[in-house]
Structure formats: C-alpha cells, structure tokens
Design a protein around this ligand. Structure first.
Ligand code: UD1
Ligand code: CA
Length: 451
C-alpha cells in the first residue's frame, strides 16, 4: 500500500524556553524532526508533508537537509491536532493510499512499529498507536471493545472510569488518505479544550460502520519532548540504545557510558572505542580501527586498521585510509591521508592530500588560510616532513621529499629533494657565559643599592 507521512510540527514548544522551534532541538546531533522523518522512511513514503507553524522557514530548511522533496505546509492558527492534519489535505491532493500521522517532537517511534500499524490496516480502517505508560497522566485514553477501538477520550473530557484505563493514545494514526480527510471534516471543537481533536475521527468512523484498532508499543517509543529536561532524558535514552546496539554489533566500548553517538554514526565490528569519545554527525569507522580516548570526530571516515588519538580531532572531510595513525593534539580537516601515513603529534592538517607512508613531524601546520581564501597542500608518498614545518599553501611536496625541521615552505619541493627554509645557525664561542656573568653582576649591584 503506498503510504504518505504527515508530521505535525507547528508548536513553538513554550516550555523549551527557546527561540528555536521545538522540533529543531537536537538529539544525537540531529533535529527531533529528522528522527521522526527517519522512522517514517521505512515505509518509503510517496509524500512527506510537514505541518509547521512557528519558525516554518527554519523547519522547512531542516526538513530539506535530509529530504529535498518534503513538503512543508503552514498551520497559521493552532486549533488542534485535527485542524493540523487538515492542513496537509491540499499537499496530498491526488495521492491515494495510507497516511501515517507522526509528531515532530516524538523522536523514538521505531520503524518496526510503523510497519506493524501499516500491516494492521489490511484488517481495520483506522489504526492507532497505543501504549501503557507507568504514569498515564493527561494522555488520551483508548476505549477498547476487544480488538476494536471504540473511541479515544481526551483526559480533560474523560469520566473517572475512563481515566482509569491504562491504555493511552500516542497520537500516531494510520488511515486511508481519503477516509482520514473525510472524517476530519466532521470533527468539531465542542470539548473541554475547544480544539479540533484528531482523536475524534475514531468515534465518527465507528458511527459510519468503519472499524478501528490499536497497535501497541513500548512506552519508550512514544516519549515526547516538551522541555529541556525531556530533551536531556531523550538524549540519554538515545545514547543508551546506541551504545547497546554498537556492543551487539561487535564494537568494543571500554567505557560505553562515556561514548557519545550521533543518529548516523556507523562503526564496523572489531573496532575499539576508548573512553570519552564523541561522534558528531556523519562519521563512519571501519572494522578494526581504534579510536583512542578523548577524541572528537565529525564528518569523517576512518578506514580499517587506523589509529586515532588520544586527544585527536577529526573535522568534516577528514578521510583516513588503512593503517593511518593520527596522534595526540592533531586536528585534521578536509584532508585525505593515504595508507600508512602518520601524523602523530601536535599538528594541524587542513585542505591537504598526504600520500601513502608519509610521516608528518611534530608541530607541522598547513597554513591553508590567507585571511580570505583557503588553499590546498599536496604532499606525495613516503615523504618526510620535519618537525615544526609550516607549509604555506598552495604548495606541493613531491614523493620521497624531505623538509628540514623548522622550515617555512612557501615554494614547491620536487620529488626526492631536501628543502631547508630557515635561518642558518651561528655559534658565538663563550658569549653565553659572558652574558650571564654580566646580568648576575647587575643584579648584585642593585641588591647592594637597596640594603
Ligand atoms: C495529543 C492527543 C492525546 C495523546 C497525546 C500524546 C489529541 C486531541 N490528543 O494530546 O490523545 O495522548 O497527544 O502526546 O490529538 N500540534 C500542531 N498543531 C495543533 C495542535 C498540535 O502541530 O494545532 C502538534 C503539536 O506541536 C504536538 C502534537 O501536535 O507536537 C500534539 O499536540 P498537543 O497539543 O501536545 O496534544 P496533546 O494535548 O498532548
Ligand atoms: Ca503533547
């Protein structure tokens, strides 16, 4: 059955105390909205419609980062969840199939759960996602009659007997598009909140001899974010799951609780991650690589057998080939480091290509930025860059070339050449002692003068 997604994301999220729309707050380096979109992606949606309100332009930009075809419609006034879904009707004109309604602030619904809902649609006209929270609090309650869902009653409108029902409404709905929009047309706002409740479609459908049911999921999946405290709790929940998954997949985490993952982190089996490592967005680590303690990685690829850190920083565009070594206090940005090359101590390598087996000495810096433009440094294979070499880009160092330590390299170095670009040393015999004797005598004469 072709499926489209409608993701409700109009709320500002007042309790976030933020200028940023709630759905753009991040968990695991990705906006809440991306989490919801990614969960829905399993259904290969024909159309994704995001109902935005507060900060709609920002919400649209974020949606397009991962799905340039996502449609964003604006709900001018927030008149309730039913009214919000109705805003997607025009965008879905001409689509026939199922619609799944998701929430931009509910990041953890599992793809498997959405699949189960989609499958239940073969038997029922409307499928609602229910859950049993430890504390049902103010959630809407699902009034069941065997397998059939009779209606959903909002907490504010519920009788004491209905409030005692443990099965709650997550808000996620699956129904045929035409059916859904026809039912929403009949939803009124004569209730305790004066809102157009999406949940009313169940009772209306039953009155029209249609059927509804509930698929249930773990309460952890329906966790919504309404405050910074919720956001922190959701981050912790995400990280706990990501660590457990990495361990399951054969990654060694020496102190799992100290490793921080992003939504899209990929780590191959038999990789070892030491304590206190942060994976920002877009990191892939191949099998057998070792990421040593206190390293920070984002937008980079680390190949098999490479060793990174301790205390290394890999920034976007860092591409390490097999068996590369990146050591302590080394920063790599937008640079390809070929097989077996080493940058072991205190270096900045940016906008560069480094050939296989090349050794970059301690303190080497690619001077890539002239204040306006960025320039490229090219170093060949099996070269030896002496300690504290400044490579003033654009510059090329050939295969098997050598730079003397302390050199400021401003011109290309041919393959096999030795480049020396520093002041020549001169020794003045005895001058050090003479100078020190003079200074000590000066200090003694001053002391006598004050006593
Ligand atoms: C809703 C459900 C309730 C369920 C609960 C789960 C209804 C009437 N009630 O209640 O049964 O237990 O979610 O969390 O649906 N939104 C819009 N535009 C609007 C109104 C809401 O985009 O006009 C978005 C909000 O930003 C939010 C989501 O829809 O992400 C839910 O809205 P909210 O007002 O929080 O619904 P609840 O009262 O929590
Ligand atoms: Ca809510």
């Amino acid at each position: 059955m072709p499926t489209s997604l409608v993701i409700l994301a109009a709320g500002q999220g007042t309790r976030m105390q933020s200028d940023l729309p709630k759905v753009l707050h991040k968990i695991a380096g990705a906006p809440l909205l991306h989490h919801a979109m990614q969960a829905g992606a399993v259904l290969e949606p024909e159309c994704t419609v995001i109902v935005a309100g507060y900060g709609a332009d920002q919400v649209e930009a974020a949606a397009h980062e991962i799905d340039p075809e996502a449609l964003v419609v604006v709900q001018q006034e927030r008149l309730g969840t039913g009214h919000a879904v109705a805003q997607a009707r025009d965008a879905l004109q001409g689509f026939s199939g199922d619609v799944i309604v998701l929430y931009g602030d509910t990041p953890f619904v599992r793809p498997e759960t959405l699949q189960a809902m989609s499958e239940a649609r073969a038997t029922f006209d409307i499928v609602i996602l229910g859950f049993e929270p430890a504390d049902p609090a103010r959630y809407g309650r699902l009034v069941m009659d065997g397998d059939l869902l009779d209606r959903i009653v909002e907490f504010k409108d519920a009788t004491p007997a209905e409030r005692a029902i443990p099965l709650c409404n997550s808000g996620v709905v699956c129904a045929d598009a035409d059916t859904l929009f026809a039912l929403i047309e009949s939803v009124g706002n004569d209730n305790a909140s004066g809102e157009y409740y999406l949940t009313d479609i169940v009772e209306i459908a039953r009155a029209r001899n249609m059927t509804a049911t509930a698929v249930t999921c773990d309460a952890a999946e329906t966790l919504g974010v309404n405050s910074r405290a919720d956001l922190a709790a959701a981050e912790a929940a995400f990280q706990a799951r990501a660590r457990a998954l990495a361990l399951d997949e054969g990654v060694t985490l020496i102190a799992p609780e100290t490793v921080h993952f992003s939504l899209d982190t990929v780590i191959g089996r038999d990789a070892t991650i030491e304590p206190f490592v942060v994976f920002g967005p877009e990191v892939t680590i191949e099998t057998g690589a070792v990421i040593r303690a206190f390293s920070h990685l984002e937008g980079c690829h680390v190949s098999a057998g490479a060793i990174v850190g301790p205390y290394a920083r890999l920034r976007p565009g860092a591409e390490l080939a097999e068996d590369v070594h990146i050591g302590n206090f080394v920063e790599i940005k937008n640079a390809r480091i070929a097989e077996g090359a080493k940058v072991n101590h205190l270096s900045y390598i940016g906008d560069a290509t480094i050939g296989a087996g090349t050794n970059i000495g301690a303190g080497t810096i690619t001077c890539n930025y002239d204040g306006v433009f960025k320039h490229h440094t090219e170093i060949g294979a099996r070269a030896f860059i002496g300690s504290n070499t400044m490579l003033v880009a654009p510059v090329t160092v050939g295969d098997e070339a050598l730079t003397a330590s302390g050199s400021v390299i401003t011109g290309d170095v041919p393959a096999g050449a030795l480049a020396v670009a520093r002041g020549r040393q001169s020794n003045k015999p005895g001058l050090a002692r003479k100078l020190m004797d003079r200074l000590r005598a000066l200090k003694d004469s001053k002391r006598e003068g004050t006593s």
